[in-house]
Design a protein around this ligand. Structure first.
Ligand SMILES: Cc1cc2nc3c(=O)[nH]c(=O)nc-3n(C[C@H](O)[C@H](O)[C@H](O)COP(=O)(O)O)c2cc1C
Length: 379
């Protein structure tokens, strides 16, 4: 994975990482994953592994009739997320929809609201939402202009990709983003057309950092302040946006690599990147954030206790055996990757159609198979 993450990364950056002193820690965010990391899962995950700095909720989609569906409302109601540092996310291409949802979320007390510009799904993109908004930077500019014309008590952050496809110009998008007081720009280092496949495009991500830093510097020069340090420019309020990296962080080493590479900017000043967002890595290894912070590696018994609580929670929801098992098997797509040589045992888990088949299959897996040393989501 480490090698694969470094594909496309230029030597300049690699040399820099070797020269540098101890990098600073980056904040760790739990990525939103629609259909998986909803309120019920999130509560159990946070109880067992409370090591991430923030959770981003899967998107809500405001429409003409309703700001939130009952299910969306349940997911984001503060009383259902007590003690969880949650950031709700909105998916829409209509500025008034974003504003209505954003205002309702402010009323709930949220201090940050995230805009989804990354969802690659065909049905979303065909309506011009999610990563579909990256296809037309001028339209995106108009959308953001309307959104930021409002007074916001909450911070507005954005989760984006590098662009729609390889012909996209990320610099153009960055120029648009840079016009607005976005609190944090979370960059998933892929194009829409990459979906979640393959190796993140580190060279392009790095270029984005350079251009972003350059943008801020250029701005300062125009204002007649000839700072040489991007850090100064960032910290005195010209560039209000901090950056977050997202994509294929599956192990402590993957995190360390990102930290080494990007914790500092390209003029030698301290860090332009403040955080990382992790999705599949945390699903597969729920203790990954603890490990990154120097804590103990995940042990099998912890995963089993976590599994048992998740299973008890879903089975208590009256979803029916089939739907409950569907949800559990979705999680096994991730947990299954951190077991050593467990194909046979996992097959039994996957083919279980009744609780009476599922439970012994899971017990058998935990009893007879060990976790891999890497405990990394690997497919
Ligand atoms: C099943 C699934 C559902 C997702 N749902 C959302 C979502 O609701 N909002 C969003 O911004 N990203 C969503 N994503 C993208 C993730 O937040 C994240 O960007 C992606 O998994 C890459 O990060 P990773 O390599 O750490 O997993 C989803 C990804 C997956 C696999």
């Amino acid at each position: 994975m480490i090698n694969s993450m470094m594909n496309g990364m230029n030597l300049d950056a690699m040399e820099k990482s070797e020269q540098t002193t101890e990098p600073k820690q980056l904040k760790i965010y739990y990525a939103p994953m629609e259909g998986i990391t909803g309120v019920h899962f999130r509560r159990v995950a946070h109880k067992h592994f409370p090591y991430v700095d923030k959770y981003y909720a899967p998107f809500v989609q405001p429409n003409q009739k309703k700001v939130f569906t009952p299910k969306e409302k349940r997911d984001i109601l503060p009383e259902n997320n007590d003690g969880i540092p949650l950031v709700p996310q909105v998916l829409t291409c209509a500025a008034d929809g974003f504003i209505r949802a954003g205002k309702a979320l402010e009323e709930y007390g949220y201090k940050e609201i995230n805009l989804n510009l990354g969802c690659p799904s065909g049905t979303v993109v065909s309506k011009g939402k999610g990563a579909g908004m990256l296809e037309d930077p001028e339209k995106l500019d108009r959308f953001l202009d309307a959104v930021f014309a409002h007074d916001w008590r909450a911070d507005i952050s954005i989760k984006t990709r590098l662009g729609y496809d390889e012909t996209s110009d990320f610099q153009e998008l960055l120029h648009v983003f840079h016009k607005y007081p976005i609190s944090e720009l979370i960059i998933h280092a892929r194009y829409r057309t990459d979906y979640y496949k393959g190796v993140p495009r580190m060279a392009e991500f790095e270029q984005a950092l350079r251009e972003y830093a350059g943008d801020i510097q250029a701005d300062k020069m125009i204002q007649g302040k000839h700072e040489t340090s991007v850090h100064n420019a960032l910290s005195d309020g010209c560039g209000k946006t901090s950056l977050c990296y997202n994509g294929n962080i599956y192990t402590t080493e993957d995190y360390d690599r990102i930290c080494q590479m990007y914790c500092r900017d390209y003029s030698g000043a301290d860090r332009i990147l403040l955080s990382v967002m992790i999705g599949r890595g945390l699903l597969a290894n729920p203790a990954l954030a603890r490990e990154i912070r120097g804590g103990a590696p995940l042990v099998k018994e912890e995963l089993q206790a976590f599994h048992d609580d998740i299973f008890a929670m879903y089975s208590g929801m009256d979803l029916g055996e089939k739907n409950t098992l569907f949800k559990m098997k979705e999680l096994w797509n991730y947990w299954g990757t951190i077991f050593e040589d467990a194909d046979k045992e996992l097959k039994n888990v996957r083919k279980a159609n009744r609780f009476s088949e599922y439970k012994p299959a899971v017990v058998n897996l935990f009893r007879n198979r060990e976790l891999t040393d890497r405990r990394a989501y690997d497919i």
